[in-house]
Ligand binder design. Structure first.
Ligand code: ZN
Length: 332
């Protein structure tokens, strides 16, 4: 990843007087053994060859020394954060992670190593947990994470994202519910373009909360990011800063109310608004009363292209189809 947004975000946390209350932990890079929790040996071998020779995993995913080094550090930080949480009661931790487009044997969408899946897999395989939930609220569906856990009933993967007919990676339809023993443990919620806080509330009420409560996770990882923001350069969803805050607040309440912990990963957000979205999100997932909007420029004007009523109807109709797909597995 390029640019200064990670540094800018730390500056923003300082300005908002949040940084003094944070414990910053220097990351340790993930080892090959760590990466193999989620990726095949053949894939890691391909990545290493491309790194040496110079090459691309996909049109948007160059394999450079810098990219590999950064994503090893991010995957390592996910493992450290998971361990940090396990060692403490009722705790939360954050990483600059969420590289959810890397699958077991593929990398794409800027993602080489899937830090979300590596952390989740470590929790079940190394720390002996039986039920881990990954809630992916990024605007893009987490196709790599879905690929890695498709047949794994120990990981409940819920992705709420922009309708895949309108955005990369073109996956995440209601009927994609897992395979084999993992049937029912993959849940995709494709939101109509321009969906805002009201529509996300519908999805939390109808699907995310009831399924999560029935699953009763022992650990919750949220793959967040601010690209569902309506001013984002790459997406077409409709959450404003308060909406991002609300989604994070509900995620926190759900995670602490079930598993008693939350590992929050944040990497997405494209354009001038990324870091402000991250701040609104962090204030939600940490239940901070900070007036985050006081540290942001005035939000851009919204384009009221679709009426609230028709969006609510489209969301309801999608949720009804999804309920139908999930009823064999969950009490909905
Ligand atoms: Zn995204």
């Amino acid at each position: 990843m390029t640019g200064t947004r990670f540094r800018d975000f730390i500056g923003l946390l300082d300005k908002a007087d949040i940084l003094p209350n944070c414990t910053l932990i220097p990351p340790i890079p993930a080892t090959d053994r760590d990466l193999m929790l989620a990726h095949s040996w053949e894939y890691l071998d391909t990545v290493e060859r491309l790194r040496k020779d110079g090459g691309w995993l996909s049109i948007d995913t160059p394999v450079t020394d810098g990219a590999v080094e950064a994503q090893r550090l991010i995957a390592g930080s996910g493992l450290q954060a998971a361990k940090y949480i396990l060692d403490r009661e009722n705790s939360t931790a954050h990483t600059f992670g969420g590289f959810h487009h890397a699958g077991r044997n593929f990398g794409e969408g800027f993602c080489i190593f899937n830090d979300v899946a590596i952390a989740a897999k470590a929790l079940v395989e190394r720390h002996g947990l039986g039920r881990v939930m990954v809630l992916d609220t990024d605007a893009h569906q987490g196709n790599g994470t879905m690929d890695i856990f498709l047949d794994d009933p120990r990981i409940l993967f819920i992705s709420i994202h922009q309708d895949p007919r309108t955005i990369y990676p073109g996956k995440g339809f209601v009927w994609e519910t897992g395979e084999g023993e993992g049937k029912g443990f993959t849940v995709n919620i494709p939101m109509p373009p321009l969906s805002g806080a009201r529509n996300y509330t519908q999805a939390f009420d109808a699907i995310i909360e009831p399924v999560a409560r029935e699953f009763a996770p022992e650990f919750v990882i949220r793959n967040g990011g601010s690209d569902p923001f309506y001013g984002d350069d790459l997406t077409m969803l409709g959450l404003d800063l308060d909406g991002l805050n609300m989604v994070s607040r509900r995620t926190r309440d759900l995670a602490l109310g079930t598993a008693g912990c939350l590992l929050d990963m944040t990497v997405s957000g494209y354009g001038d608004w990324a870091t402000y979205g991250w701040l609104a999100q962090l204030c939600g997932s940490e239940a901070l009363e900070t007036d985050y909007k006081a540290f942001c420029p005035k939000q851009p004007r919204r384009n009221p292209a679709t009426s609230e009523e028709s969006l609510a109807r489209a969301t309801n109709s999608m949720l009804e189809s999804l309920r139908g797909e999930l009823r064999p597995y969950w009490k909905l």
